[in-house]
Design a protein around this ligand. Structure first.
Ligand code: F6P
Length: 327
C-alpha cells in the first residue's frame, strides 16, 4: 500500500523566477487542504544539507502571491553535489519527518531531485526559470514576467534611440537558450535578433538588416542578442566597424528576474503547485510537473530530464516577415 503523505518540504533552488512565491503558496494551500503539513526548506538544496527550515502554514503564505523573488531564498548548492552533502540532506528529511519534497526550479534543481529520489526520498519538481529551457515542459514559471520586463525596458530604450537616431544593442538573459530573446525581439519589433539556436551570419543577420531598415526610412535600430548567442558589447563594436555607427549597448541582466509575476505566471504557478501536491496525494512521487499544450501532466524525473524541446523556428520566420521590402 502507498505510504500516506503527512508532511512535505518545499524549496526553491537555482536562479529565482517571478512566480516562485505563487507556486510555494499553491503547494502549501493545496497540501493543507489534503491534510498535509508543510515545512519550508530555505536556500535551495542547502537547506536540506544544513537543516535550514521554517514551518509554513496557510497564514505564512498570505500576501506572497504577487511578490517577486522567493520568500524561501534560493541558492545553487555546491554541497548538495557531493555524496556527503546528499547524505546530510537525507538525514534532514528523516529528522524533519518529511515524506516528500517539492522542489521548484530549473534543470539543476531537477538533477538534484533525481539524486535525492535515488536515496529513497520522494520528490516532485515544478519548473520555474525565466529561460523557459526545460526540455520536458512547454512552459516554465517566470518566463512571461521576464519577457514583459524586457519588453518594458526595450520600449523605453527605443524612445531615446528614436530621438537620437541611434542603434541599440540589447543583451537579454536565457543562458544557452534563445526563447526569451526571440519572444522579446518579436514583441518589440527588433531590427535583428541573435539566438544560439541559429548560427549567426553577422553580415546577413546584422549588417544587411540594419542597411535594409535604413533604406526603408528608419533612422533607429534595435538589435536583441541572447546572452548565449554573443556579447552585446562585442556586437556593438562590430556594428561600429562595419557601418560606422555609434551603437549604445545595454545588458538588461538581473532586472529580468525581478518584479511582480504576471497573471500568466501566477496562474501557471497555482496550477503547477496544485498538480504537484495532488500527484503526491495519489501516491505518485519522483516526477516533474510539466505543461503540454496548456495542460498539466506529470512525468517521471529521469524521463523528464532526458527530454529536449526545440525553439519554434516559425517565430524566426515571423520576425523575418516583418522586414519585407516594398516591391
Ligand atoms: O537561469 C536563469 C538565469 O537568469 C540565466 O538566464 C542566466 O544566465 C543566469 O541565471 C544568471 O545566473 P546568476 O544569477 O548566477 O548570475
Amino acid at each position: 500500500m502507498e505510504q500516506k503523505i503527512r508532511r512535505i518540504g518545499i524549496l526553491t533552488s537555482g536562479g529565482d523566477a517571478p512566480g516562485m512565491n505563487a507556486a510555494v503558496r499553491a503547494v502549501v494551500r493545496t497540501a493543507i487542504g489534503q491534510g498535509m503539513e508543510c515545512i519550508g526548506i530555505r536556500r535551495g538544496w542547502n537547506g536540506l544539507v544544513f537543516s535550514d527550515f521554517t514551518p509554513l502554514d496557510s497564514n505564512a503564505v498570505s500576501h506572497i502571491l504577487a511578490a517577486g523573488g522567493t520568500i524561501l531564498y534560493t541558492a545553487r548548492s555546491e554541497e548538495f553535489l557531493t555524496p556527503e552533502g546528499r547524505d546530510k540532506a537525507v538525514s534532514t528529511c528523516k529528522l524533519l519527518g518529511l515524506d516528500a519534497v517539492v522542489a521548484i526550479g530549473g534543470d539543476g534543481t531537477f538533477r538534484g531531485a533525481l539524486e535525492l529520489s535515488r536515496k529513497g526520498v520522494s520528490v516532485v519538481g515544478i519548473p520555474a526559470t525565466i529561460d523557459n529551457d526545460i526540455g520536458c515542459s512547454h512552459y516554465t514559471i517566470g518566463f512571461d514576467t521576464a519577457c514583459n520586463t524586457a519588453v518594458a525596458c526595450i520600449d523605453k530604450l527605443r524612445d531615446t534611440m528614436q530621438s537620437h537616431e541611434r542603434c541599440s544593442v540589447v543583451e537579454v538573459m536565457g543562458r544557452h537558450a534563445g526563447y526569451l530573446a526571440l519572444y522579446v525581439g518579436l514583441a518589440v519589433g527588433a531590427t535583428a535578433v541573435l539566438i544560439p539556436e541559429r548560427e549567426v551570419d553577422f553580415q546577413k543577420d546584422v549588417v544587411e538588416r540594419i542597411r535594409q531598415s535604413r533604406m526603408m526610412g528608419n533612422t533607429h535600430f534595435m538589435i536583441v542578442v541572447a546572452e548565449g548567442a554573443g556579447s552585446a558589447p562585442e556586437i556593438g563594436k562590430r556594428i561600429h566597424e562595419e557601418l560606422g555607427m555609434d551603437p549604445r549597448v545595454t545588458i538588461l541582466g538581473h532586472i529580468q528576474r525581478g518584479g511582480s509575476p504576471t497573471a500568466r505566471d501566477r496562474e501557471m504557478a497555482a496550477r503547477m503547485g496544485y498538480t504537484a501536491v495532488m500527484a503526491l496525494a495519489r501516491g505518485e512521487g519522483n516526477c516533474i510537473v510539466c505543461t503540454h499544450d496548456g495542460h498539466m501532466v506529470t512525468k517521471p524525473i529521469e524521463q523528464a530530464l532526458a527530454e529536449t524541446k526545440h525553439l519554434q523556428m516559425e517565430r524566426y520566420d515571423v520576425l523575418e516577415a516583418m522586414h519585407a521590402k516594398n516591391a
